[in-house]
Ligand binder design. Structure first.
Ligand code: SF4
Length: 507
């Protein structure tokens, strides 16, 4: 076995991405984007609620999914070694990647060794997380996305904005435009006179992709689950394009986060029920592809790769695992239910989160995998109203609000975190000095014996001058009033009101 070394997060925030409030502000001002998001998220969330209500034992399934994931994370070292042994026994080769750079290097070398210069890809968030397409391009290898929504995003030189529907921010007319203008530059062009009917668009994509499937010798995939006891990889998808990727090419390279392992094949029965209902509101997943090691080279008839490589990606996951509160984010099965119910996501859209993981799960996962050092990562734990809807719908019961509050504390106060397996103390994030100073001043004020007299005098003065109250605070307090109105000042301080009430009671 190659030793795994604890990974330093190396997946970048989208280049020059601003903090969440600035990016969200821009999105909120776009009525077309808001309408697209509202329509899509409301449709999916309503369908999901109906699909979940059909199961009398949903609560038990949710608890079972949580328990399996928690147990696996607690014994992750053991299950990863078991997985490595199973994959190797089935004819595959396991590679361990501590960070994005190492994973990209491994995949690039594997592709170059085949002599090929293009690969087809089935939807994989892990490869987006590490920027694999860009790394392959730098090495002269073209990577073609084959999931329909991913294809749209790639052709449009855009970024995904949703876990399940990466092109959720685009309408039909915009997709038609992307196809008509860009398809020809990547392969088979869109048919003349292409309209924006969904069936026409799907057919154009099918013809474009077929060419790629029939030519490709190498595929890169992710996996929803990896079964330790058998070494089986599992991909859930809706279109069948993934299955073409997983069965036609000769070499298959799967890049998967280490948290995707589950102990036994039987554990899959839980997620086969909860994942489709939570994500696409379907009772059963349209295409569930499973593969164990090699295909025909083992002497068996049928499809499948003759070379299989599994790249196990850390990239900040073991550090996240070290955090007792934050580690629950690693239970995520990427169903996207939390995005579809989130009032903040619904208005801000996925791009505002500056990461491949948008929405509530992105707000707790990205700042843990990448750290809270950048402006965007320090702002993400605040990208929530803490309404709790994300927790309610999560099929593995991740208490997202709890982790958000935990991360806000880290951003505001700093504290101990694990980086590359070493416990270090980080400083508060930039911009929180004024908030801390104000809290210290308030503590001093309220704890001091002589201050209440001065405090009361100040309160009365403020009450009298309440008509002069500004709508926004100046200086460091400005950020607080950017998105809130200053509350009305009462005509009478609370203490005076209470004393008067007491007096009236006695009279
Ligand atoms: S956090 Fe829960 S609801 Fe959100 S994507 Fe992950 S599993 Fe689904």
């Amino acid at each position: 076995m190659t030793a795994i070394h604890l990974g330093m997060p190396a997946f970048p925030a989208f280049p020059a991405f601003p903090a969440f409030p600035a990016a969200a502000g821009k999105a909120v001002a776009d009525p077309v984007l808001r309408a697209n998001l509202r329509r899509a998220t409301h449709t999916i969330r309503d369908k999901r609620a109906r699909a979940v209500a059909e199961l009398a034992d949903w609560a038990e399934l949710r608890a079972a999914g949580k328990a399996v994931k928690d147990h696996t994370l607690r014994h992750l070292d053991r299950y990863l070694l078991e997985l490595e042994a199973s994959v190797t026994a089935a004819g595959g080769t396991v590679h361990w990647a501590a960070d994005a750079e190492e994973a990209n290097r491994i995949v690039t070398e594997l592709v170059l060794a085949t002599g090929e210069r293009e690969v087809v890809k089935v939807k994989s968030m892990a490869t987006q997380e590490i920027g694999l397409n860009e790394a392959l391009e730098a090495a002269g290898i073209a990577a073609y996305e084959t999931d329909l929504a991913e294809l749209i995003v790639q052709l449009g030189h855009d970024r995904p904005s949703h876990i399940l529907v990466p092109a959720i921010h685009l309408g039909r007319a915009e997709i038609r435009e992307v196809f008509a203008e860009e398809m020809g530059g990547w392969g088979r062009p869109a048919p003349e006179g292409l309209g924006d009917d969904p069936r026409e668009l799907a057919e154009a994509a099918r013809l474009h992709l077929r060419e790629k499937f029939l030519r490709a010798k190498v595929a890169v995939s992710g996996a929803n689950f990896m079964v330790a006891e058998t070494g089986t990889m599992v991909v859930f998808e809706s279109e069948g394009n993934g299955r073409m990727c997983l069965t036609l090419p000769e070499t298959l390279i799967s890049v998967v986060g280490i948290e995707k392992v589950i102990p036994t094949f039987r554990d899959l029965e839980i997620f086969l029920q909860t994942l489709p209902r939570s994500s696409t509101a379907e009772r059963m997943n349209p295409y569930t592809t499973m593969w164990t090691g090699l295909g025909p080279s083992k002497g068996a008839e049928g499809d499948g790769p003759t070379a299989f490589h599994l790249v196990l990606l850390d990239n900040g996951r073991t550090d996240t695992l070290a955090d007792e509160v934050g580690r629950q984010a690693l239970r995520c099965i990427r169903c996207s239910a939390c995005l579809n119910v989130c009032p903040v996501y619904e208005r801000a859209g996925g791009h505002a989160y500056g990461s491949v993981y948008p929405g509530p799960i992105g707000a707790i996962l990205s700042p843990q995998l990448r750290g809270t050092g950048s402006e965007i990562d320090a702002s993400l734990p605040y990208a929530s109203t803490l309404c709790g809807a994300c927790y309610e719908v999560c099929p593995v019961a991740i208490d997202i609000p709890e982790v958000l509050v935990h991360l806000r504390e880290r951003v505001a106060q700093g504290g101990p975190v694990t980086r590359e397996g070493i416990r270090v103390r980080i400083r508060p994030a930039h911009g929180h000095a004024a908030e801390r100073a104000a809290m210290r001043a308030a503590r001093l004020l309220l704890n001091h014996d002589d201050w209440p007299v001065a405090l009361r005098a100040g309160e009365r003065l403020l009450a009298r001058a309440r008509r002069l109250r500004p709508r926004r605070l100046p200086g460091p307090g400005r950020a607080w009033t950017d998105s809130r109105e200053l509350p009305e000042l009462p005509a009478q301080p609370f203490r005076d009101w209470w004393a008067a009430r007491d007096r009236e009671g006695r009279a």
